[in-house]
Design a protein around this ligand. Sequence first.
Ligand SMILES: *[C@@H]1O[C@H](CO)[C@@H](O)[C@H](O)[C@H]1NC(C)=O
Ligand SMILES: *[C@@H]1O[C@H](CO)[C@@H](O)[C@H](O)[C@H]1NC(C)=O
Ligand SMILES: *[C@@H]1O[C@H](CO)[C@@H](O)[C@H](O)[C@H]1NC(C)=O
Ligand SMILES: *[C@@H]1O[C@H](CO)[C@@H](O)[C@H](O)[C@H]1NC(C)=O
Length: 402
Amino acid sequence: MSLGKRSIYKSVCLALALLLAVAVFQRSLTPSQFLQGPLPATLGLQKVQIPTGEHLVNPNDFWKISKGSVAPTHPASRGPQAWDVTTINCSANINLTQQPWFQGLEPHFQQFLLYRHCRYFPMLLNHPEKCAGDVYLLVVVKSVITQHDRREAIRQTWGRERVAAGGGRGAVRTLFLLGTASKQEERAHYQQLLAYEDRLYGDILQWDFLDSFFNLTLKEVHFLKWLDIYCPGVRFVFKGDDDVFVNPANLLEFLADRRPQEDLFVGDVLKHARPIRKKENKYYIPGALYSKASYPPYAGGGGFLVAGGLARRLHRACDTVELYPIDDVFLGMCLEVLGVQPTAHAGFKTFGISRNRNSRMNKEPCFFRSMLVVHKLLPAELLAMWGLVHSNLTCSRKLQML
Ligand SMILES: *[C@@H]1O[C@H](CO)[C@@H](O)[C@H](O)[C@H]1NC(C)=O
Ligand SMILES: *[C@@H]1O[C@H](CO)[C@@H](O)[C@H](O)[C@H]1NC(C)=O
Ligand SMILES: *[C@@H]1O[C@H](CO)[C@@H](O)[C@H](O)[C@H]1NC(C)=O
Ligand SMILES: *[C@@H]1O[C@H](CO)[C@@H](O)[C@H](O)[C@H]1NC(C)=O
C-alpha cells in the first residue's frame, strides 16, 4: 500500500470508529429511546470493548479525543489514560498451601490469601463521562448487584445529582461501585437487570470480581485507580455504603471552607482499634494475617470525605500495601504510608447515632438533620426519614455539629 492510500485507509477507519463511539454515546444518554423498544442483544451487556486492531479507537479514549474539557490534564505523572486491565490472568498462589500456618486457617481466609496478589480486574460497566466538566463532589456508593432497591432510594434522596454545588462550585455527581454477583445461580439473571438499570441511569461502575465481604478492599483499590484515570480533576469525594443516611446540604456546607489541596480525610475515625480475635465475629482476623496489637487510625467505611488530590495519592500509596480483608482498615494503612491522619468529625455516625439500637435518637429526624452521615437504614426508612428531614420540621434547638 502506498503512503497516500494508507493514510486514507487510516482516516476512514478512524471516522468509522468515531461514528460508532458517537452512536454508543447517544444511546447511553437517551433513556427514552431505550424505553421504546426491547434491549437489542448487542447492548445487553455494555462490556468495555477491547480494540481489535491498532486503527480502532478505544471507546475509553473517545472522551479524551472529542472533548478537551473532559479530564483536566495533569501533565505530571499521568498513569494510563483508560482502564488498562482487559483480561483476568491470575492463578492461585499455591506456594502458600505448603505453609503450616496457612493450613490452620479458616477456608475463607485461605481463599483470600490464595488470590491476594490478584489486584486489578477488567471493567464491565464504565462511565468516563461522569467526570466531564467541573465536578466538585463525586459521591460513590458501595453496592451489590442484588440491592437494587437501595440504589433506587439513594437516587431519590441523597444521591440526587446537582448541576452546581452552590457558591460557584461545580457539579455533584453520583456513581455506584459494584462487582459481580457472588452466587453463580444469580449471575446471568441479575447481570441482565443491572445492564437495564445502567441504561436507565448510567451511574454504575462494575468490575469483574466477585462481590464478597473480603473483596471490598478490591473495590477500594479499583475505585482509586478509576478515579486516578477518569476523574483527576474532582475536588472532593464522598464514599459511603448503600445503607446510610447522608445529608448532602451539610456535606456541602462543611466543604465550603475547605480547599481541595488539603490532606482532607474526614469520617468516623477509630484510633488504636484492635484486631478482633473472636472467631465468631464478622471482623475476626487471625494472628497469622495481622500480628500487631492495633490498627493505624482509620475511618469507618460507612461514609467518609476525602479531597480529590489526596485520593489520587492514596491510589499510589495503596499500590504499595498488601490487600487486607477489611477495606476501611486497609485505607487506614494507605493513609499511614502517606503520613496523613484521618480527622474525626462528630457529624459522621457510621455506627448509628446511639450505639443502643433501641434508642429513640436513632429515629429522631432533628438529629438526622444535623448530621452528615448516619448508619444504618433500610430503603423504606431512608425514604421516610428523608421526607421528615426535608419537611417543615420544628426542632427544639439547632444542633451545631458543623
Ligand atoms: C498470563 O500470565 C502468564 C504467567 O504469569 C503469562 O505467561 C501469560 O502470557 C499471561 N497471559 C496474558 C493473556 O496476559
Ligand atoms: C512462589 O514461589 C516461587 C519460588 O519461591 C516464586 O518465584 C514465586 O513468585 C512464588 N509465587 C507467588 C505467587 O508468590
Ligand atoms: C474476589 O474476587 C475474585 C475474582 O472474582 C475471586 O476469584 C476471589 O475468590 C474473590 N475473593 C474472595 C475472598 O471472595
Ligand atoms: C413550610 O412552611 C412555609 C412557611 O412557614 C410554608 O410556606 C410552606 O408551605 C410549608 N411547607 C409545607 C410542605 O408544609
